[in-house]
Design a protein around this ligand. Structure first.
Ligand code: GTR
Length: 363
């Protein structure tokens, strides 16, 4: 079956149709459609993303001017956010290559607070000329149903509405706060900032980047269910399973409707399409069947029609589902699948950096 028919066989809701029933025909229409999609995804899946804090203060905890053999400046920062009377803090590590005036940058959400880390080859990234602002999601608010930890009590009170933000929305909010800080730095090229994460944090990167247009590049690595994979017809993890094991990642309505989500009028290509006409990058791993590479590829291909409304080529593919080690980088969306298992590898980082460099050079 060709890609178009494979997408059709999933019976996904129409991306290019407004709630009033009128077809989306051009970029201006899609800007209206984006607003509808943002509302839908917040009400149905992730919960309402909170507004900016009333106040934010960034303080320096320590500094290393000879990080990575002296090639970079490292600053360990503490972000303190205030909402009304409530306050919370979380650490962020800033690493900026020396001697460059305008660096592209990654806002990277990680499973560990370390830099370097198995998922964060910081010296290689610095050598490629990128700055990295990283934080550990668990230090923003715990990866659990505890809504008393970290920033969670700022946004989720005891009575929980069906659209209350889940943890993914809160981690995405933290990535936006890091971007607030990045905007104050002279050394960063603000037209070339990426938001990136792996797995549950890949889902988070899609949400942060979909809602915050300051991120030029939105990178999802192996994000799978409720991330870059179509839910309808998906193999491996399903909406029923994910909402059973990790209900707190989402708003209560997603959990309540897990068995009937197919009647609710959304699928994950809506989330990916919010990045249009900016740059979307989706990475899969051949053996990551829990995430389901085929559903990630089809979702990326299905989202492309929104990008094309802006005169953007979207994902360029050969009309077949890519198998082991394929890089689809001809168009304005990157999709790649590498050999191996669920992981954020150096190979993934290299593909993303290569593609950003190519996009920067093509301007
Ligand atoms: C799994 C979860 C996936 C994925 C992964 C991760 O247990 O089922 O959706 O996000 O965790 O974040 O490592």
């Amino acid at each position: 079956m060709n890609v178009e028919n494979l997408i059709k066989s999933r019976n996904i809701p129409e991306l290019l149709r407004l709630n009033c029933g009128r077809a989306v025909e051009n970029a201006a229409d899609f800007e209206i459609r984006k607003k509808e999609i943002k509302k839908l995804l917040q009400e149905e899946i992730y919960g309402v993303i909170p507004k900016k804090p009333d106040h934010m203060q960034v303080s320096l905890a320590s500094e290393n001017p000879v990080f990575c053999a002296g090639k970079a400046d490292r600053k360990d920062l503490i972000f303190t956010v205030t909402v009304g009377e409530a306050e919370a803090s979380f650490p962020v590590i800033s690493v900026i290559p020396k001697g460059k005036t305008s660096c592209p940058a990654f806002v990277f959400m990680n499973f560990s607070p370390d830099s370097p880390d198995k998922y964060l080859p910081i010296e290689e990234i610095v050598d490629s000329g990128f700055a990295v602002f990283s934080f550990c999601h668990k230090e923003v608010t715990s990866d659990s149903g505890d809504f008393k930890h970290g920033i969670a009590p700022l946004f989720r009170k005891s009575r929980t509405p069906l659209n209350a933000p889940g943890k993914i929305a809160m981690w995405a909010w933290a990535a936006m706060r890091v971007m607030d800080y990045v905007e104050t730095l002279d050394s960063i090229d603000l037209d070339n900032v990426a938001v990136v994460g792996h797995s549950r944090l890949g889902k988070t990167a899609l949400l942060a980047g979909g809602f915050d247009e300051r991120f030029k590049y939105v990178i999802s690595n192996d994000s799978g269910c409720s991330g870059a994979a179509l839910s309808r017809g998906k193999q491996g993890e399903s909406v029923a399973v994910i909402t059973n094991v990790f209900p707190y990642w989402f708003c209560p309505r997603y959990v309540a409707n897990a068995a009937t989500y197919e009647e609710r009028g959304y699928d994950q290509h809506f989330l990916l399409a919010l990045t249009a006409p900016r740059v979307l990058m989706v990475g899969s791993a051949e053996e990551d069947l829990w995430a389901d590479p085929e559903s990630e590829f089809l979702c990326t291909a299905a989202a492309s029609e929104a990008f094309r409304l802006y005169g953007n080529r979207g994902l360029v593919h050969n009309d077949e589902v890519p198998t082991a080690k394929s890089v689809l980088d001809e168009g304005d969306i990157l999709y790649h699948v590498r050999r191996g298992t669920h992981y954020m590898s150096r190979e993934d980082w290299q593909e993303y950096m290569k593609y950003i460099t190519k996009m920067m050079e093509s301007k």
